[in-house]
Write a protein that binds this ligand. Structure first.
Ligand SMILES: Cc1ncc(COP(=O)(O)O)c(C=O)c1O
Length: 419
């Protein structure tokens, strides 16, 4: 695109190399300051530590903040114009090269958020009176949204293999559901809320079944950048021609750059029929994408890499703390360390706590997601977002531990024995 004659101004600091991620400033952030900033995470339960909704407390990448500021200054807040749609597609395709995926920008379209993409998938491809498999525990709307479109949800719990410390797919149950007539599958990679990073082999096995039973796959890759050392994100559609045909992929910079309120996700339509269908029937969804989101997203994908690397490093420090706490003070809690995302799945049922989300909100002032919202298998569990300042994460575990200790659910003996 010729930027000189276009409506698009580049952010001034797109060439910055340090990314401007300031860990020391984040470490110093207080609960009061986070409440003052005013996110849902920190205002829904005043005075409590917000660890439920999937937002990070790390502010904006300077390149994103600058792009938004410049757009506001020049009043670029109208309906999304075609040049910005193209910029989103170009920058998203360039970002996918991180995962060795050389995808054609022509198949990438903007959409306000990943759930809107999911809704188009349900409405246009799955269609009413059919069903979709959702491996559980799942991102909550995967369970509630299909029903709005007359689509039944088939929950298939992931298998917790404590010996290997891995979450595994129940391929037998998945095949049984396909054989019984289900033609749609929800893939979430990395998987919110268990943090599993899918292997190529697992995805190929799902693809084999999809081929056998004529199944389409919604591949939610919003957490793709959050993959820890030792793991690799493989976009499902990038594996081969067959997965490209089966996939209906959606992603976004919203998680990695903490801009979900700017409303600009992307669909990557590697099945040519989907692209035709999208252009015919999803124009209205596309039109609802926010121009400010397109501007923020493009700045993030183009210039935010170094800032994001700082985020990931910070999050890896946090996950080390979560792992440590589970190994020392919370030994009876069911837990498999996540391989990606910034979310942990904690099973308090061995302690006999029926509703740990309500328990910790009341007794510890920590707001977590009730595991039952993530599927029937989530009773006794919570989803914890640990992308907060490190000192607050420490405080969070201290508060939770004290609550358990006060109730005699966390005896000194087992905690000391395991330190
Ligand atoms: C797995 C997953 N998909 C989709 C979303 C929705 O993100 P957005 O609204 O930014 O598209 C989230 C948000 O938490 C998520 O965790």
């Amino acid at each position: 695109m010729d930027t000189k004659s276009s409506i698009i101004d580049r952010p001034m600091n797109e060439t910055e190399t340090d990314g401007g991620f300031d860990a020391a400033r984040i470490d110093a952030e207080s609960i009061e300051e986070l409440e003052r900033i005013g996110s849902d995470k920190w205002t829904r339960h005043p005075g409590c530590i917000g660890a439920f909704i999937a937002e990070m407390d790390y502010g904006l990448a300077p390149c994103v903040a600058k792009a938004i500021e410049q757009a506001t200054e020049r009043g670029a807040l109208g309906y999304i114009p075609d040049p910005w749609k193209k910029e989103v597609a170009r920058s998203c395709a360039a970002w996918q090269l991180r995962y060795d995926w050389n995808v054609n920008p022509a198949v990438i379209r903007p959409v306000p958020d990943v759930l809107e993409a999911f809704e188009v998938f349900l409405r246009e491809i799955v269609r009413a009176d059919n069903s979709i498999i959702v491996p559980t525990p799942a991102y909550m709307p995967f369970l509630s949204v299909p029903r709005l479109y007359g689509v039944d949800v088939i929950e298939i719990p992931m298998l917790r293999d404590d010996a290997s410390g891995e979450w595994l797919f129940d391929f037998d149950a998945i095949e049984r559901a396909f054989a019984a007539g289900c033609h749609a599958f929800t893939l979430c990679n990395p998987h919110n809320p268990i943090g599993k990073v899918l292997t190529r082999d697992e995805m190929l096995r799902i693809s084999d079944l999809a081929e056998k039973y004529d199944v389409r796959i919604f591949s939610d890759e919003i957490h793709a950048p959050f993959v820890y050392q030792g793991y690799t994100h493989v976009p499902f559609a990038s594996i081969d021609e067959r997965t490209a045909r089966q996939a209906f992929t959606s992603t976004s910079a919203s998680k990695s750059f903490n801009i979900p309120g700017t409303k600009c996700a992307q669909v990557i339509l590697t099945n040519p029929d989907d692209l035709d269908l999208w252009m015919r029937n999803a124009e209205w969804s596309e039109h609802q994408t926010a121009t400010i989101g397109a501007i923020a997203t493009t700045a993030a994908y183009d210039g935010g890499s170094a800032w994001f690397d700082g985020v990931l490093k910070y999050i890896e420090r946090n996950i080390a703390l979560v792992n440590d706490e589970m190994r020392t003070r919370f030994t009876r809690v069911g837990y498999i360390p996540p391989q990606g995302t910034y979310i942990a799945w904690l099973d308090f049922s061995p302690l006999g706590i029926d509703d740990p989300a309500a328990y910790f909100l009341e007794k510890a002032g920590v707001a977590l997601t009730d595991g039952r919202e993530c599927g029937e298998c989530g009773a006794g569990c919570v989803r914890m977002n640990f992308a907060m300042p490190y000192p607050l994460l420490r405080e969070c575990f201290d508060r939770m531990y004290e609550a358990l200790r006060a109730d005699g659910l966390c005896s000194e003996s087992f905690s000391i024995a395991n330190v």
